[in-house]
Write a protein that binds this ligand. Structure first.
Ligand code: AMP
Length: 364
């Protein structure tokens, strides 16, 4: 069986690493000759919307999936006419547009922050009367890792914030005073079986994920599962999905979903019975899903912009290093490390050490 992946970065690399033991082979389409999955796959080198390369991808792959959500609709359409493509294109279309996404959540009874569509300064001024300060203005499309976002603290912020959108369609959201940022990862097969991972508690700085740790018996787990199940079933979804949530005390508000494997689930590689990568492959191949329980205490730390010496990291017991084969650049995720331990104290100490290593090299 050969899996086609649109995008050949670290997520494709980790999918391939999970797929080889299952006897799978990989073919990726990526414009970067040094893409992280290159050593592990056949590599179609070129643009994501090159019709010839897409036709080759569809011809050689038994199933096509992707590692990012900003796949142009016509590309998903082109591929779906030629082969099986999972997750489905409707999930992509919704995840690409924050306004569609928030509207969809509310239509299916999933709570979000209050929001309004913004196409002009007048729209924004009107919306702020209802929302109040602070609020967050975000581009509707192509936002990730906090890019294309501005926090609004007073009326004097409105004009510069609109200018920062550079004419792009936007959405304004009430600022959520959350206790914790969480995410839940789940996998669904075509038959409808779903596997849920334990919630992950996530720490972001400057909009970029830094640390994700698996929760144990979290009081919000049941509510998160209700939300993600509803989303998966309404989309008739196949594959792994990640739902980002704000814990506001008595309930959860949903921020967004990613129709793919997700950075906040990287601890599952060593920290869960079956990783999110393996479960994504199992789901899109309609194979039985693997157990998602954690193996002790586990967390993941991202290395951004730079990398501590591998010898320091590997000298920490209970640490597993994942290098992405990427040249360090400001603000770029170049690796992560997973920590897994049976004893809570050992886990906390090792995690604190890893965070210190990551902070020391972080240039973002
Ligand atoms: P996003 O690109 O929507 O995932 O946002 C990136 C990060 O910005 C989130 O993980 C939060 O830390 C923060 N953020 C986004 N939207 C809000 C909001 N409405 N209220 C408070 N913080 C937010």
């Amino acid at each position: 069986m050969k899996i086609g992946i649109l995008g050949g970065g670290q997520l494709a690399r980790m999918l391939a690493l999970a797929g080889y033991p299952l006897g799978l082979r990989f073919i990726v389409l990526d414009p970067d000759p040094d893409a992280g999955a290159d050593p592990l796959s056949e590599h179609l080198l070129g643009a994501y919307d090159d019709p010839q390369l897409l036709a080759q991808l569809a011809e050689h792959a038994d199933v096509v999936t992707y590692e990012f959500e900003n796949v142009p609709a016509h590309v998903a359409e082109f591929l779906s006419q030629r082969t099986r493509v999972y997750p489905p294109s409707n999930a992509l279309a919704i995840a690409q547009d924050r306004l569609l996404e928030k509207t969809f959540f509310n239509d299916i009874g999933i709570a979000t922050a209050a929001y309004a569509s913004v196409d002009s300064l007048a729209d924004l001024q009107l919306a702020m009367v209802a929302l109040g300060y602070p609020a967050v203005l975000k581009t509707r499309h192509m936002g990730y890792d906090g890019k294309g976002q501005v926090v609004l603290r007073s009326a004097s912020d409105l004009e510069p914030a609109m200018a920062a959108m550079q004419g792009a369609a936007a959405i304004v959201e009430g600022f959520v005073d959350y206790r914790r940022e969480l995410s839940i990862i789940a996998a669904r097969r075509p038959s409808g079986d779903i596997a849920f991972y334990p919630l992950s508690e996530n720490r972001h700085d400057g909009g970029i994920l830094r640390v994700a740790r698996a929760c144990h018996d979290d009081p919000m787990q049941a509510m998160a599962e209700v939300y993600v199940r509803r989303l998966l079933e309404k989309l008739d979804y196949v594959g792994v999905i990640a739902l980002e949530l704000f814990d506001v005390g008595d309930r959860l508000l949903v921020n967004e979903f990613a129709p793919r494997v997700h950075n906040s689930g990287h601890w599952s590689i060593e920290g869960a019975e079956t990783s999110q990568f393996e479960n994504h492959l199992r789901a899109i191949l309609d194979l039985p899903l693997g157990a998602t329980a954690t193996r002790g205490h586990t967390a993941m730390v991202n290395f951004i912009g730079g990398l501590p010496a591998s010898t320091h990291l590997l000298a920490c017991r209970n640490v597993h290093l994942h290098l992405y084969d990427k040249q360090p650049r400001k603000g770029r995720k170049v690796a992560h490390a997973t920590v897994r331990a049976d004893e809570a104290a050992v886990f906390e100490n090792t995690l604190a050490q890893l965070i210190q290593f990551a902070d020391d090299v972080d240039d973002s």
